[in-house]
Design a protein around this ligand. Structure first.
Ligand SMILES: [Zn+2]
Length: 393
């Protein structure tokens, strides 16, 4: 019989020790955009490559004259000065401009997974819109295969300590400026409305995701409807309600306005159906999805026991890591050890993996949390799961 250990007093830890703790937490990042999460140094290197520049320009993307790391550091991080979601999305043009080859896509995915694993993300779901990377030499499947290769390589290097998935994004809006693929679509369908083209392009991506699974790309685990303004971020509880009832969405990205619903039904539905709201604190403030961190619904979501895992959204564009987001959540919302534990576990519970795999990850995460002093009681199942993940350490 082992007695439960006394939980950690977070407030008594020094800031440096707290930082270490947030980094050591076993984590999931369920909402992380590939094209918003590259290393600045990599974007600079790629944007200075004459061949890649030429290709980007030929496909209609504009790369800045000065693509030094110093300049890009500023350009790619609109940060708190960002005026709106639209402005926040600008850096993606530069990044998508350089991600037009299998090699660059593979590298971007690999580096993102390695960076996440370095801060103890055990499970990462990378999302992106394949159509933004399609060109005459690279089709949708090729795009997904390249990203899959990068993730597979990172997983292999980390043994059982890293699992990854791919979320295929469709854009709810159509705009020729999105990129090469969208311009080509417009050339072929001159008399179709933007709305019609948006529906058609989305349907195409959904079919691409299904085809990828059929061909054995098992990392493709989900399909996401993304895009500015018409998502829950810019729209409101009505769109969230539609997504979970009409479209059977299992998770909602951002969903910062979920609490604006006057009736309790939506919250009740989310709890009942274990729908997770992916919380991206820094990004939500930067895109003005919330007026300030203090007004972020995260605290109330926790109190209401809605699954609310912390995620990064865009590591590069927001200039953050997931450990930073845990630190921020702790500072702003005064998380207790119990709540911290709950937030971590929400992520594993909401992961798009098989039941067996989710169980293994959850048990191992519980053992690790206990080891870190964040509650729970000793259990052989949990210890065994942790040992299998970390190679019997
Ligand atoms: Zn997002």
């Amino acid at each position: 019989m082992t007695t439960p250990e006394r939980p950690l007093d977070l407030a008594k830890l020094s800031p440096a020790d707290r930082k270490k703790l947030f980094r050591a937490l076993p984590k999931t990042d369920l909402h992380c955009h590939l094209d918003g999460s590259l290393r600045v140094s990599t974007v600079a290197e790629l944007a200075q490559d004459p061949k890649l520049r030429e290709r980007a320009h030929a496909l209609g993307y504009t790369l800045p004259e000065d693509a030094s790391e110093k300049t890009l550091e500023r350009v790619l991080r609109p940060g708190v000065d960002c005026k709106s979601l639209v402005e926040y999305l600008l850096p993606f043009d530069i990044i998508c401009g350089v991600l037009q080859t299998p090699g660059t896509l593979e590298r971007a995915a690999y580096e993102l997974a390695v960076d996440a694993a370095a801060e103890n993300v055990w499970y990462l779901e990378v999302r992106f819109a394949p159509q933004r990377h399609i060109n005459d030499d690279l089709d949708g499947l090729g795009v997904l295969q390249a990203v899959d290769r990068g993730l597979a390589r990172a997983e292999k290097e980390h043994g059982g300590r890293l699992r990854t998935g791919i979320i295929v994004c469709a854009m709810r809006h159509y705009d020729e400026r999105i990129g090469y693929y969208h311009r080509r679509v417009r050339e072929s369908y001159r008399y179709s409305s933007a709305r019609e083209l948006a529906s058609h392009c989305s349907l195409e991506v959904a079919r691409l995701a299904a085809e990828a699974r059929k061909r054995g790309l098992l990392r493709v685990v989900a399909f996401d409807l993304a895009g500015p303004e018409e998502t829950g971020e810019g729209y409101g509880p009505a769109s969230i309600k539609q997504a979970v009832t009409h479209l059977n969405a299992h998770r909602i990205g951002h969903g910062t306005r979920v609490l604006e619903d006057k009736k309790p039904d939506l919250l009740e539905f989310l709890r009942d159906h274990r729908v997770a709201i992916e919380v991206c604190l820094t990004s939500n403030v930067q895109t003005k999805a919330v007026r300030s961190l203090a007004e972020h619904p995260f605290r109330r979501l926790l109190d209401e026991e809605v699954r609310a895992p912390l995620c990064t959204d865009n590591r590069l564009v927001s200039g953050i890591t997931l450990s930073d987001e845990y630190a921020l959540a702790y500072e702003q919302f005064k998380l207790t050890p119990k709540e911290l534990r709950r937030v971590v576990l929400y992520g594993f519970k909401a992961a798009f993996v098989s039941y067996q795999e989710r169980r293994r990850l959850l048990l191992a995460a519980k053992a690790k949390l206990r080891e870190l002093g964040l509650g729970g009681t000793w259990s052989r199942d949990e210890e065994d799961a942790l040992a299998s993940l970390t190679g019997g350490r």
